[in-house]
Design a protein around this ligand. Structure first.
Ligand SMILES: [Zn+2]
Length: 109
């Protein structure tokens, strides 16, 4: 019984090749449209790791759109990078270009 059902399902699929291809074409087109929105310009940032009692990562970067120098803070290095709205109102994609980590206490040679 089940083999017969399988054959029937296959036949059903073969009868709708047009519908399947149409769906695929639509999704591909949508993907292209989705890739269109302008990405925020990358803003290389200088990142300063936590030191002493401070647990936050501080970073500075420059807005590529208006040139403003901005300052930010994150809980982890991972949170530093990524797209966000800068203080000047422009969208930026912060990228940790330089990372200044502080030496561990007692590790100074
Ligand atoms: Zn700006």
């Amino acid at each position: 019984m089940s083999p017969v059902r399988k054959d029937g399902a296959q036949l059903g699929n073969e009868h709708r090749p047009d519908a399947l291809s149409a769906t695929t074409a639509t999704s591909i087109t949508r993907r292209h449209v989705k890739g269109r929105p302008p990405r925020a310009p990358i803003a290389p940032a200088s990142v300063f790791g936590p030191v002493g009692r401070r647990r936050f990562w501080w970073y500075t970067y420059r807005c590529r759109t208006c040139g403003a120098h901005l300052f930010g803070r994150a809980r982890s290095l991972h949170e530093v990078t990524g797209e966000r709205r800068a203080g000047c109102g422009h969208r930026v994609q912060v990228m940790a270009a330089r990372i200044y980590t502080q030496p561990e206490s007692g590790a100074a040679a």
